[in-house]
Design a protein around this ligand. Sequence first.
Ligand code: UN1
Length: 513
Amino acid sequence: PHGIKSVLRELGVEARNPAFSTGLKWGGATNTKTRAIHSPADGQLIGEVSFATAADYEQVVQTAQEAFQTWRLVPAPKRGEIVRQIGNKLRDYKEPLGKLVSYEMGKILQEGLGEVQEMIDICDFAVGLSRQLHGFTMHSERPAHRMYDQYHPLGVVGIISAFNFPVAVWSWNAMLAAVCGDVSIWKPSEKTPLVAVAVQHIIRDVLKENELPEGIFNLIIGDAEIGQLMAADGRVPLVSATGSTRMGKKVGEVVGARLGRALLELGGNNAIILTEHADLDIAMRAVVFGAVGTAGQRCTTTRRLIIHDSIFEDVKQRLLTIYPKLPIGNPLTEGTLVGPLIDEAAVRGFSEALAAVQQEGGKLLIGGQILTGDQYPGGNYVQPALVEAENYYHTVQEETFAPILYLIKYSGDVEAAIALQNGVRQGLSSSIFTLNMREAEAFLSQAGSDCGIANVNIGTSGAEIGGAFGGEKETGGGRESGSDAWKIYMRRQTNTINYSRELPLAQGIKFDI
Ligand code: UN1
């Protein structure tokens, strides 16, 4: 169905895939733990992967370290040229890759293609960046002295990515790391390793065509054990991890204990504020895309809708008109807007959150069913839910990775809405819909949203790659992707050069010998 067999063939995904790739070589296939990957769309077996062992990991790190010795000496714009070629190959394979993202992860094809586009975009960004990577020059207080800072490659970067963006978030990290002169080791989510295998084949072709050393881009498939090895490994100066706050705390602790760098992009509990001055016609599209897009499984998914009491009923009615008509079904079928959840555990999480929030006093307005029947094979399809709730409910305070939107009423001025928006432990994305300039500016001010992303008249999800992506509080504080997020992938050095015949000391210190 939907030509998946030919997609797998085109992308080189096998029935049984080895556990790691050091750029050119694949290995680790024998006598290891394996995992069968079923599509959440129809429950069908797509392929199997082997899990890497600690010995496999060791081999990968050593190969990466070796490649770093060469790669760091390649001029940055030449490194950019390699990333340009990767971007072009991704363009060639956009269609099959997008399909595989969709089939393995369950997001609709439009979003699968969008994810590949996000990879292409970051490649373009990284190519431009490769001619920049600039520091400052400063004026020295000493005569005939020059002072500047420069950025050097950091080393081996560990990348732990999540199932919901199985390839895009890796590319944000790996492409920036590559132009920065770093080599990377990618541990994809164990739930979505096949699209990672497919991408690694593309990478391998580019490495081969350019006769580059093996080990610039490495892939290692495994469970949390591999992540822990990476976190604890002093040879990996930066570990970039995307996933739950629980996972991030563990990684952050272990990396922190060895004073390494951790770049964490963790849970969100994102809200859209609808003030009495909102343009509801445009707001509804943002709300629905944010709440049910990717079946509520984005870090940036809209989970809370904070609505002024004067428009609460209107908003509720509009949503109650849209929700019953949402096309739910196979993500590869054109016209579908809501695909399945990733697995049974996610479906359980969805049902449990809905039961819990109702216990706390929440009112389920619509949705919540697990869908069954021929149209919904595999058991992972659910009807997105709308719940009238209070912000302080335990369930509302948690991130449930599923399509549940909490409708929360506020009265009074925008400050009341902002207090609710900020009143959670997470701080990733936020947005306000208003045509009132005072409200918009208050939301963006230092007393406004406390999130890493704050939008006006745009939803919480679907950020462009050009901005820095990440958030505060339990979201982990890291920034990836655009703006100056590249700096974390490099080590910074301050250089002072004396071209005089004297040796003056700073701060005017006299020290005559
Ligand atoms: C994520 O969910 O981890 O802003 C990343 C967005 C996407 C990236 C989401 N561009 O929704």
